[in-house]
Design a protein around this ligand. Structure first.
Ligand SMILES: [Zn+2]
Length: 465
């Protein structure tokens, strides 16, 4: 049992005095400690028992010291262990930086207090995706346990701080499954966390930050627990696993909260309706199209989250009604009032080299030949972030958003996101075929054909530059 005033010594011989207990969990307790020589305060996390993988995981993180992204930039806001402290028996602990969280908040607190504006939301989610991208691609590690207690953000600036990170580790070294409602279906069904389950959890965090709710907590889920007399955590293999039903699944409304009378869910409905479409696309892709374990590898990538956040941040505007910085959509995310008239995208006359302007536009474009039954062939040139509705492309296509052009920095490729409600057939230059489901992104290559409606409407990729 640790006591205030007690002295502990780390593996390097540095002595610390226990100052104050900061928190306690099931297996561990965290203390504020003072370095006896320098007087600097640190945090000390003490485990009552040494479980082999946790201990060895902490050694791994300590040896890494700081994560650095692929550009060599230190992610000094992800706090890692700095030294191990041996204790009696099989107890042990580690020292880490004590972070000043005065200006920071957590997700649940933000919903009750200072809620970030649209620009800040984009920064928070973009930074989190950047951390995941670094862990996955530069270190081969997984975050494993997204929850609401470790991730802090400044609601004014969007800076993040991630403390107490012994959940991070190699997929091969099992330490933790995760936190309920943030775990991917395959984890609820008994598998171990991977990069794919991290990407699922990132989407849950984003969904919760944007709507206040959880993606599968609707009337079906509640009824299942009630009828089986189970707590949600016990019913997790079904309600969050084999039969998880997204509350905003456009094709299956059995778990929809749209007509809920519960005041909290009513609030979630309001916010869902104000979320920009690119975020909705990422949610549909994660929680519907690629929900099942056999589709896990197709879930939106960290880079897609980063690109979407960057794009949406650049498009934010100030609402003239409430003065909040909001998304560049037709209604204000904060007050719900119309912020500008939604202008339908104009058909691009051929061969119209639209000038590349604005902060989001990459100097990249794609030229399509449009082949549509009963219409003359035409060419259209589009830039990154351009969105087109069906009727602007061909009179054979339904109105409503058809696609958006994207750029993946990671793959250094242009892509097209299917914003329509039907799947497209992709025919590559070598005649192999693929499907691009609604919400999915297809990388663009010259010579590729995109059959939007078979034999009726097709786009041929003529040129990428
Ligand atoms: Zn407003």
């Amino acid at each position: 049992m640790l006591k205030k005033g007690q002295i502990i010594t780390d593996e390097n011989g540095t002595a610390y005095t226990l100052v104050k207990k900061l928190g306690a969990g099931g297996q561990a307790v965290v203390w504020k400690v003072r370095d006896n020589r320098s007087g600097i305060h640190y945090a000390y996390k003490h485990y009552r028992h040494n479980t082999r993988n946790v201990r060895s995981n902490i050694e791994d993180l300590k040896n890494i010291g700081f994560f650095k992204d692929k550009d060599g930039k230190k992610l000094d806001y992800v706090i890692l262990p700095t030294a191990i402290v041996e204790d009696d028996g099989d107890a042990f602990g580690y020292i880490m930086e004590l972070v000043d969280l005065k200006d920071f908040t957590t997700l649940p607190k933000a919903w009750c207090g200072e809620y970030p504006d649209a620009k800040v939301i984009c920064r928070i989610l973009g930074s989190l995706a950047h951390v995941f991208e670094t862990l996955h691609t530069s270190y081969g590690m997984c975050y494993k346990d997204v929850n609401e207690g470790n991730i802090f953000f400044n609601p004014k600036t969007g800076e993040i701080r991630i403390i107490d990170n012994d959940n991070i580790g190699y997929a091969s070294k099992f330490t933790i499954k995760g936190t309920s409602r943030y775990m991917a279906p395959e984890i609820c069904l008994g598998e171990k966390p991977t990069h794919n389950s991290d990407r699922f959890s990132l989407a849950v965090y984003a969904f919760r930050l944007l709507t206040g709710g959880y993606p599968f907590d609707g009337p079906y889920t509640e009824r299942y627990c009630r009828e089986h007399n189970m707590l949600a955590k016990d019913a997790a293999p079904v309600i969050y696993g084999s039969d998880a039903r997204f509350i905003w699944n456009p094709a299956d409304t059995s778990n929809s909260i749209e007509n809920s009378t519960d005041p909290r869910q009513k609030g979630q409905v309001v916010y869902w309706k104000r979320i920009p479409q690119p975020f909705k696309d990422l949610f549909i892709s994660t929680f519907v199209t690629n929900l099942k374990p056999d589709r896990r590898a197709e879930r939106p990538t960290n880079s897609e989250w980063i690109d979407t956040c960057r794009q949406l941040e650049a498009e934010t505007v100030v609402c003239r009604h409430c003065g909040t910085v909001t998304f560049g959509t037709d209604v204000c995310f904060e007050c719900g009032k119309k912020i500008r008239r939604k202008t339908a995208p104009k058909p691009t006359p051929a061969p119209a080299p639209a000038p590349v302007t604005g902060p989001t536009a990459h100097r990249r474009s794609v030229t399509f030949r449009v082949l549509s039954a009963g219409e003359a062939k035409k060419e259209i040139r589009l830039n990154v972030a351009d969105t087109r509705s069906g009727s602007t492309i061909s009179k054979n296509l339904p109105d409503g958003e058809l696609f958006r052009i994207l750029y993946s920095k990671k793959q250094k490729k242009l892509g097209i996101r299917n914003l329509s409600s039907s799947a497209w057939t992709i025919v590559h230059a070598d005649k192999t075929k693929a499907t691009c489901a609604p919400g999915d992104v297809q990388a663009l290559e010259e010579g590729m054909m995109i059959r939007i409606i078979p034999k009726t409407a097709q786009l041929n990729v003529l040129k990428i530059d």
